[in-house]
Design a protein. Sequence first.
Lengths: 382, 326, 293
Amino acid sequence: MNIRKTLSALAMGTLLGLGALHQALAAEPIKIGSFLAVTGPASFLGDPELKTLQMYVDEINGKGGVDGRQIELVHYDTGGSPKKAVNFVKRLIQKDKVDVIVGGSTSGSTLAVMPLVAKARIPFISLAGSVKIVVPPQKWTFKMPHTDAMAAAKIFGDMKKRGITKVALISGSGGFGKSGRAQSLKLAPQYGIEIVADESYGKKDTDMTAQLAKIRDSGAQAILNFGFGTGPAIVTKNVRQLGIDLPLYQSHGVASKKFIELAGDAAEGVRLPAAALLVADQLPDSDPQKPVLLAYKNKFEAKYGPVSTFGGHAYDGLFIALEAIDRANSTDKEKVRDEIEKTKGFIGTGGIYNMSPQDHLGLDLSAFKMLEIRNGDWTIVE
Amino acid sequence: MKRLTGFWAFTLLLVLLPIVFPDNYYVTVVGGTALMNAILAVGLNLLMGYAGQISLGHAAFFGIGAYASAILTTRYGWNPWPAMSAGLALTGVLAFLVARPILRLKGHYLAMATLGLGIIVHIILVQTEGLTGGPDGLSDIPGLAIFGWAVDSDLRWYIVMAVTLLLVLWLALNIIASRSGRALRALHGSEIAAEMMGIDTTATKTGVFVIAALSASLAGSLFAHQQSFISPDSFSFFFSIELVTMVVLGGMASTFGAIFGAVVLTFLPELLVVFEDYEVMIFGAILMLMMIFLPQGLFVSGQQLLRRLLARRATGTAKEGSHGAA
Amino acid sequence: MFDQILQFLLTGVTVGATYALVALGFAIIYNASDVVNFAQGEFVMMGAMSAVALSAGDGGLPLLPSLALAVLITIGVGILLQRFAIAPAHGASVVTTIIITIGASIFLRGVALLLWGKDIFALPHFSGETPLHIGNATLLPQNLWVMGGAALMVIGVHLFFNHTTQGKAILACACNRTAASLVGINVGMMMLVAYGLSAFLGAMAGILVTPITFTSYDAGVMLGLKGFSAAILGGMGNPMGAVAGGLLLGLIESLAAGLISSGYKDAIGFVILLLVLFFRPSGLFGRASAERV
């Protein structure tokens, strides 16, 4: 295959001169590698991420690609296992010889492949949440989603405004919940907030009333839950069942319509920080993000159903990578990496990205909106 | 020397593979992983295949080895080698302590107890964040160096894993051929009968349990240094079940069967990725079908089949010969 | 404090009732065929997911018929499992059958993934969501459905095994297959009945708990694990022991979460299970088994 391409390139080169040779070489496709948790417990992340990548790669190719080069997406399903992620990333690098990697749905698999990525010197845009991925910044790794630390900060900021000083924390025992819990415990004092209860639940637990009965008697003024999957919906229902009348905050881990559907009436009044994507149509027309958000939302929903912010991260990652390749005018890994780091004012679904050598995320707290669930829908409360 | 023919043939294969296929992803990367899994499977096979004791918690010892190495090197600045030895010592003591009460149990109760043990260890790894880093794991685990020879490429890790596997394999083959090995096989047949023959079954079972745990711990330490990042997900009960599957799939009580099972189960997901959403279903179906139709395991059933074919050909040629004579 | 303890107990009994139903399914199959069926949790998932699928959307069936149909589908899955996966492997070792049922559970998960996707689903509560108060402790009407349904089925199973010819025949197969077939029992048929019954219990458990716990294609894994633990805790050979084990495990977890540490509650459950096994190697209510020489 490669030989044939090279031969035809050479033939064309001799016939048409150097310009044509350049053209033929440039027609080599851009290879984007991806490893996502498409199945397994984190599939609610990996599934929309993969759909988004495939949808946009097809669209871009239909329009003639980037710089006249088609895009080839190579992806593997890790099932959420960091062990599998390591081998698949090696496969992407050694066998598929991809130019850039966009993927890693969970923090565990992202952290597991970071040493590899650094050694292979290949730009990697992660779609996972943990703050550990970008603090301290590592040369080759970037990330799209807001960190759990930012979510905690946004929530505590909102609590402070409401005069809440005593908070009960409950979190899932998975990576997302644990990491969110750690960041919350760390940040609470800065906002003058005391954590008066610190409970947790297992990934597949079916009833949290025992933990919440303790929280009820802890003297807390609000409850904060860090988790994803069924856990937060059950917590929300259990809180109402126990008749606990405290404000309930969830994390960005539940930022999808599914959560409202599962928790039903109990979700009324729940607050959470989330990217603006969920409330795209409620944004003022002056908001620079609005057209991007609506375009993505409409496109995704026309094909697959309700958007979640998770698929949006894949959109951001893909386009930041492609724009960097476009600016670098090549797929030279070092140049592409440098260009990703120079990303300024990129309007994505997660916010407006401004990267720097010190900041491989490029978002600030303004990228998060504080939402409240009212009448079964999201409402902006700032 | 006949009983070691397989060993030498296998050694030759391990040496030839990376020479014939240099820089091949399937040899150095997936192959390296398969070799590591094989170390675990050979140890577990001693326990399951020869001592007849099931263990659904083997990933725990793998995890203890990995975390001992990771914690001692990253948090306390130890050199990898003493850290690895400390991991082995810790695993040995733990395995010895739990072996006696656990191995008194039989069948499904033993399965449950070992499963429970594995889950408890996993929960501790997740919950003691101060030490283990919790679910986000531990990063920046240093690599290995052997007398200045840095193990820093997939090929070099392949070599380290291959040498370790050969050592464990050599040990296992010798144990099986030894007096205690014969005792082990007696155990699998009937514990009471073995005791009647004057074999200390408890001591033998305990010994094997500890050896199996130690080989898992060793593999764990190597895994930690190879990956340079570990998290509890790699040591969950799913992995324990995967290990048992390797042993059974290859063929219980066959050391090479265990290795074969490890290789098959490591490569299968790599090959099945092309099926995407169908992967889970196909994997389950393959597992079921293989065990239904080849309950002796792939390797053992394959051996039998081969033997039968050879025998048939032998009789076939004999018959032809007699025809010719007539 | 008293209110809290009461809440812990109520929670424990609800969760325990689910474990009990799954454990009972384990025990029935184990007693009939000496197989530990690691796909038991998948029966729960199959029941719940097919009920969701049948009742979903505008073209969906009303709740009751879809529940009934879901139970029938799951029973069919149980019978197929016995017929095509367990029966052909007759005489295989304990470990081999374990791997077969693990393979079956992965396969069923894979099928559910393809049919219904990876989303999380819920079923409506049977009789509203207005909590009932006992002092300061609360429970949902659905909790009563779970407990009541579990109690009814446990009694039913008990009567079946002790007072019907069919039930006794299944137990006879478990004791000695050859002898059972010699006295004219259709062993193959009895096995199908046992697996069908187990699948029925699993599906019922799934349908009863899904309004509270939600379900997804991989919801069976954890339930299977907990059900197996409960069955062992109570003693595999004794179906009523398995039920007691389920309730006990639910209570232990809930009390551990409330009084000691919610992070370690599962670990505490397993530590207690191990301790029980160390002192009673056949579970709390199991008969000590004599090894055959």
